[in-house]
Design a binder for this molecule. Sequence first.
Ligand SMILES: Nc1ncnc2c1ncn2[C@@H]1O[C@H](COP(=O)(O)OP(=O)(O)OP(=O)(O)O)[C@@H](O)[C@H]1O
Length: 306
Amino acid sequence: MIEIEKLTRRFAQRTAVDDLSFRVQPGEVLGFLGPNGAGKSTTMKMLTGFLAPTSGTARILGFDIRRQTLQAQRLIGYLPEGAPCYGDMRVAGFLGFIAEVRGFRGAEKRRRVAAAVERLELEKVLGQSIDTLSKGFKRRVGLAQAILHEPPVLILDEPTDGLDPNQKHQVRRLIGDLARDRIVIISTHILEEVTAVCSRALIIAAGRLVADGTPLELESRSRYHQAVTLVGEGLEQNALAALPGVAGIESNPREGSLTVLARPGEVIFPQVNALIHQRGWQVRELDVERGRLDEVFRSLTRGEAA
Ligand SMILES: Nc1ncnc2c1ncn2[C@@H]1O[C@H](COP(=O)(O)OP(=O)(O)OP(=O)(O)O)[C@@H](O)[C@H]1O
């Protein structure tokens, strides 16, 4: 388990991370979300022992990251934001070097490097220097160095940043694979990533925790939770608005659709459907929404209640 208690970091007058407390269990893929400057990278640097907190603690499987830094770091694979350093090194040399830093020699070192190369499909670029790789391959080299020592904890700062849609898909699948018996924490501001790979999401704004839940729980805080969107002929807004449980109607001229919003806690699909049949409207499309994470994210990080 990872236990974070009252973690705080100040830079001069600015509090980048403010009294953050949470726990993460094995098997969880925790998405750490927040707008630019919210304190995600600062938190990750403190969790991995690269930055000292001003106050508070983080324990990685029981080891205090400040007092038992090396023991804790042995348990962590860390993908920092951006590309790996040592840009003039070739991929094979870089991975061999990291394996040695992690304490592996001889056959064990070769086995570890070969396993990471195979997992990240790096065979084709082994002889290339890191600087000359595409963004996607740089990210994959970064991930390969993070998993070399098969750590039980993976901390990945914006793992799919700058990747094209195919590479994003590939990296997300890999994260899903790696997560099976590990703790994975990923920071991101890509909301689709949260629904794609995370079992739980934390949202931070201005260094403070503002939400903690499964992607479904967070989506259900959206004003679009249980909303019904209709495309069809002859729809009457007034009749839809008068149905029990309906909070309001939004018209979407670009899509030629109407969205019927539900009051919190209400399910309105049955009464909307009954009205469609009763009035004989020709409905071509009908969609019931789970909610919109982007809207929840915006309202929480702007300081409004979701
Ligand atoms: N070394 C530093 N010195 C001074 N201020 C810093 C330092 N590092 C970060 N900050 C400030 O702390 C705040 C949080 O920064 P951080 O990089 O953790 O945010 P983030 O959520 O990772 O943002 P992004 O999504 O843009 O990467 C910002 O206001 C930033 O300017």
